[in-house]
Design a protein around this ligand. Structure first.
Ligand SMILES: Cc1ncc(COP(=O)(O)O)c(C=O)c1O
Length: 395
């Protein structure tokens, strides 16, 4: 590793913790990252569920190059007719239920959560929200208000005042929720809690509660979407449809891209009283939309070939054989629970040394993150699990 660059990174770039991973990457392709010395690392986390099609998928590179010959940025979102936005909306429409037919393209997952919260307040005329305990919907102050974890949120209070929390799968708590909420915001698999799945009953009960009380159901598929759990979106596996869908991460095929999606009638309320209910300069950026359109089309057409369910089973079998028999999550959004946060950290360091790039979870530092590109091969899965098995022996 170039120690010079490492020092410049530490000196010049804002730091987010006192223990950054400090791996320098000079190139990434498919499932592999390369450092300045030419050492290769298998990417087991896809930049936190972003590079689901692998790094620099050729069709995405080509689409970005072709768009860069036309234009980058023209105007703030919502004024000019830009074909990359329209084509992305149409590609998404093909993989979504017909009622989710209006797309607001933004820059990140957090901004999608912000936009959805504002839309819910504006449309319902109500102000209260319910989120799940240990949910993560983003780091801006609205999204942060949906976070129950006080370690991460206390320093930034006051946040939005009217947010209540419900534990995932606590069906009995639903009937005690206020009946005048603007929205209930959920993730069907709580990724940062360590990939904890909602039961079918809980998801349906939340959907029914929202329908009965007029609260909007916001489903955050920023991490679960784009094929990661085996279907294009996790909500398909639950037989429910959100009023507002949040997308981000893998949506952009590696470029920064978020979206909140709703029915046209609902979405229209952001354009009236006041007009410009949500403003973004770069939202729907042409290069990002060109990349995202390809990401949506490729994911939809190749999802079956990726054999996400079979790869999940292979990970489960090999990790269990290695001694990690508590594995949660679905598809290629998995958490392998280790004995402790300390042990997990040691395994992560060992893996990095051996050419395997993995990480832990925000609320679950004792769990290893298994969220590779969906195109990972069976040989690569075997390689990853072998290193993890060796890592387990040194803790
Ligand atoms: C479920 C979920 N929602 C929202 C976000 C926020 O997305 P971003 O970091 O793009 O703002 C994240 C990011 O990790 C996430 O996992």
């Amino acid at each position: 590793m170039h120690t010079g660059n490492r020092q410049l990174f530490l000196q010049n770039l804002a730091q987010t913790s006192d223990e950054p991973l400090l791996l320098e990457v000079v190139e990434a392709a498919g499932c592999w990252l390369t450092d300045p010395e030419g050492k290769r690392y298998l990417d087991l986390i896809s930049g936190i569920s972003v590079s689901s099609l692998g790094h620099r998928r050729p069709e995405i590179v080509e689409a970005v190059k072709a768009q860069s010959d036309r234009y980058f940025h023209l105007m703030v979102y919502g004024e000019l007719v830009q074909s990359p936005q329209i084509e992305l909306a149409q590609a998404l429409q093909k993989v979504l239920p017909p009622e989710l037919n209006s797309f607001y393209f933004v820059n990140s997952g957090s901004e999608a959560a912000e936009g959805a919260m504002k839309l819910a307040k504006r449309f319902t005329g109500r102000t209260g929200f319910v989120a799940q305990t240990d949910a993560y919907h983003g780091s801006t102050q609205g999204a942060l208000s949906l976070m129950s974890n006080e370690y991460y949120s206390n320093a930034f209070k006051p946040l939005l005042p009217e947010v209540l929390f419900i534990r995932q799968n606590d069906i009995s708590a639903i009937s005690n929720l206020p009946r005048n909420l603007a929205a209930v915001v959920i993730e069907l698999i709580q990724a940062e809690r360590g990939c904890m799945s909602a039961t079918q009953e809980f998801a349906k009960a939340i959907r029914d509660f929202c329908t009965q009380t007029g609260a909007l159901l916001v489903i955050d598929e920023i991490q679960t979407g784009m094929g990661r759990t085996g279907s294009m979106f996790a909500f398909e596996q639950y037989g429910i449809i959100p009023d507002i869908l949040l997308l981000g991460k893998a949506l952009g095929g590696g470029l920064p891209m978020g979206a909140f999606v709703a029915n046209r009638e609902l979405m229209m309320s952001l354009s009236q009283q006041p007009v410009l209910g949500h403003i973004t300069t770069f939202g729907g950026n042409a290069l990002c939309c060109a990349a995202a359109e390809q990401a949506v089309k490729i994911t939809a057409s190749e999802l079956e070939q990726f054999r996400v369910a079979a790869k999940e089973q292979l990970f489960r079998r090999l990790l269990t054989e290695a001694g990690l028999n508590h594995i949660t999550g679905k598809g290629l959004l998995l958490a392998a629970h280790t004995p402790s946060a300390e042990a997990c950290k040691k395994i992560i360091r060992y893996c990095l040394n051996e050419g395997l790039f993995t990480d832990w979870f925000l609320y679950n530092p004792a769990a290893l993150r298994i969220a590779p590109p969906l195109c990972i091969s069976e040989e690569e899965i075997a390689f990853a699990c072998k290193i993890i098995a060796q890592g387990l022996k040194i803790i």
